[in-house]
Design a protein around this ligand. Structure first.
Ligand SMILES: Cc1cc2nc3c(=O)[nH]c(=O)nc-3n(C[C@H](O)[C@H](O)[C@H](O)COP(=O)(O)OP(=O)(O)OC[C@H]3O[C@@H](n4cnc5c(N)ncnc54)[C@H](O)[C@@H]3O)c2cc1C
Length: 402
């Protein structure tokens, strides 16, 4: 079997590594022309993401970028510490939460793929595909084509592959918050090695962590109208700083000090998500990562979900008797988990559920929530660990009858 992977971000590169480990030939086709310096957003990779990375032997490569997070401290707007809790599997260095830039994570995974001899092509913007009985042909914007047995759409929230698997899929939805993020070496907020501080401000929810090199990574989520492209592109970091500071100054936290000390490396994006994408696949195309199930950033799980996707897909194709059965198994195992994350994240992002979110919640309940109490958190953890564990055969669920 040969699999074409469209998109060399987190989901695509991780899938390449996991499928390669399962003995499947893969190639990655990424739209960006070359590796570039992208300061972009940072993210926290949770223990479940690190566990997934370990299954295809990439945890060590990723732990060379970013830094460990071992505790989270929550502070209210009055400056009172509400709680300090350990994060995930702090005692295991390869399963600790990590703080790193999204681009660094994707670049580390791509470099690992290249090191293992996987073909990674840059400058290949996917535009369309043709399926036939023998296989699938991807067509790129430069006129070139590639042929495989299966095509994975790992091309992010604005997926071009999704327009083929589910032409009626909803467009990404503005989730109700703007997310600011930045980096500064000129602030000295209260901090301890390995701690991420969450500040429950009166207007903005902010988080920050200080790297071992003394650089403060921060984000702030602020409710408001969706920003237009022109506003995002036409507003300078200094103007965003002036916009944010009056919201942060009333709070007795380090929020205003950090933002005031941030120079040019201050950015903003709209928090977006996808309500249910009904069709993740055709017979020879499958969506993974944000292309299938983008959540707003609030739960901090999108990247970890993409890494889990990679493992479960590789195990499905390794263990199921046919490709069709593998893709069914993959979808049955993944949908409940990723859709629950979309719903949880949307709830943290919007105060008033708009219609689309209500529909996602209703769909989720109708499809996945069984009457009576669900699995306890520890049972759910055990189930996930078994699904991810490379050595265990996949626990294939009973057919859902859908
Ligand atoms: C502000 C912000 C903060 C976040 N914080 C966190 C966090 O703390 N923790 C967490 O786990 N997640 C977080 N996320 C979510 C996380 O970034 C995403 O879930 C994750 O990047 C999804 O990976 P992906 O590979 O599916 O998509 P992407 O990372 O979007 O990668 C898609 C890739 O496909 C390529 N591509 C696109 N179109 C084409 C095409 N037509 N042809 C070929 N290639 C194409 C793109 O260039 C890109 O390389 C955050 C997201 C945002 C926006």
């Amino acid at each position: 079997m040969r699999i074409l992977i469209i998109g060399g971000g987190i989901a695509g590169s991780a899938a390449a590594l996991a499928l390669d480990k399962a003995g499947i030939a893969v190639s990655v086709h990424e739209a960006h022309p070359e590796e570039g310096a992208d300061i972009g957003a940072f993210l926290t990779l949770a223990s479940n993401g690190m566990l997934a990375l370990a299954q295809f032997d990439a945890a060590e490569a990723v732990s060379r970028v970013g830094f460990d997070l071992t505790t989270m401290r929550i502070t209210g707007d009055t400056g009172t510490v509400v709680s300090t809790v350990p994060l995930g599997e702090a005692e295991d260095p390869l399963r600790r939460y990590r703080c790193l830039r999204r681009a660094e994570l994707a670049a580390a995974l791509r470099a690992e793929a290249v090191r293992r001899g996987i073909a990674v092509e840059h400058g290949k913007r996917f535009v369309s595909a043709e399926e036939d009985e023998e296989g699938v042909t991807a067509v790129f914007a430069d006129g070139s084509t590639a042929r495989g047995d299966l095509l994975l759409g790992a091309d992010g929230i604005r997926s071009a592959v999704r327009s083929l698997t589910d032409p009626d899929a909803p467009a990404p939805r503005y989730a109700g918050q703007r997310v600011f993020y930045g980096y500064t070496t000129d602030a000295a907020p209260p901090s301890e090695p390995g701690r991420i501080d969450m500040l429950r401000g009166s207007t903005a929810a902010m988080g920050y962590a200080v790297s071992p090199q003394g650089e403060t990574y921060w984000f702030a989520r602020v409710s408001g109208d969706e920003l237009s492209r022109a506003e995002i592109d036409g507003t300078t970091p200094a103007q965003w700083r002036d916009h944010l500071l009056p919201m942060l100054r009333p709070d007795a936290t380090a929020a205003a000090e950090i933002v005031a000390a941030t120079g040019e490396r201050l950015m903003v994006t709209n928090a977006s998500d996808l309500s249910t994408v009904t069709r993740w696949r055709t017979s020879r195309m499958l969506l993974i990562g944000d292309a299938a199930h983008a959540a707003s950033p609030a739960t901090g799980q999108g990247a970890s979900m993409a890494l889990e996707d990679a493992v479960v897909l590789a195990k499905s194709l390794r263990d199921a008797p046919t490709t069709e059965a593998a893709l069914d198994t993959y979808e049955q195992l993944r949908r409940p988990r990723v859709e629950r994350n979309i719903v949880s994240s949307a709830r943290l992002t919007t105060r008033k559920a708009p219609n689309r979110l209500r529909r996602t919640v209703r769909n989720y309940r109708a499809r996945f929530q069984k009457p009576g109490p669900g699995p306890s958190p520890s049972q759910a953890d055990d189930l996930l660990t078994a699904q991810l564990d490379w050595e265990s055969p996949l626990p294939v669920p009973a057919p859902s009858g859908n």
